[in-house]
Design a binder for this molecule. Sequence first.
Ligand code: PGA
Length: 251
Amino acid sequence: MRKVYVIANWKMYKTAREATDYIEHLLPLLVDPIENIYLSVPYTAIAAASSFAKQTKIVIGAQNMNDAKEGALTGEIASLMLKEAGAHFVILGHSERRSLFNETNEFIHKKVIRALQDDIQPILCVGESLEERNSGAMEKVLKEQISIALAGVPKSSVEKLILAYEPVWAIGTGKTASFDMIEEAHAFCRQVLAELFGHKAANAVSVVYGGSVKVDNVAKIMKEKNVDGVLVGGASLDAQEFAKIVHQCKK
Ligand code: PGA
């Protein structure tokens, strides 16, 4: 059985103080929750949030990192810095990084390799734009994003990674992909993984959906066969709302 993940992506919201207040509020709301509740918090909140969340079901991670071990890269952050601060995972290739900060598949690939090497779990985000979907290029785009990002990753490591399918046109827009579209894209991502790593490894990788996930659509999204969890942006910022989402994520 694949693991189920509920992942919050706070983006550039919440100070360290706000992060611990949120966790304090969230914890009593998590009655019999699923195992893997991940909070991707701003860099400055990682240390406080991870020490606050110690010995709970909440796992803290980051939203980006550089691929270099260290260097003269003003403003960047390295995987070992994140790890020491208490991050267990890192989101890589989020569409906001790709579109607003010009991140390429090749750069994302280097980050995936670095994260695996330094034992920080990568959440690789892939997804097509509306233009790409409308021109029939969805499969080509997903295949390219996955195969470039994961080139050279050993079969034994691929199971450590989480793949997130996030259609760009559904992120922060209130537009969710239809349930059929979600299942079709997830099944396709798994097919690409199988072509690259074989069926056994592909069936072990959790593929989560992101893009306007909310309290009132999450249960139906989770019903789809190839959906192993969700990546939640806007609706994760409120602890109460996020707890309601978590409780609907059992498979
Ligand atoms: P959203 O964001 O839930 O606000 O659409 C999802 C994401 O960016 O990961």
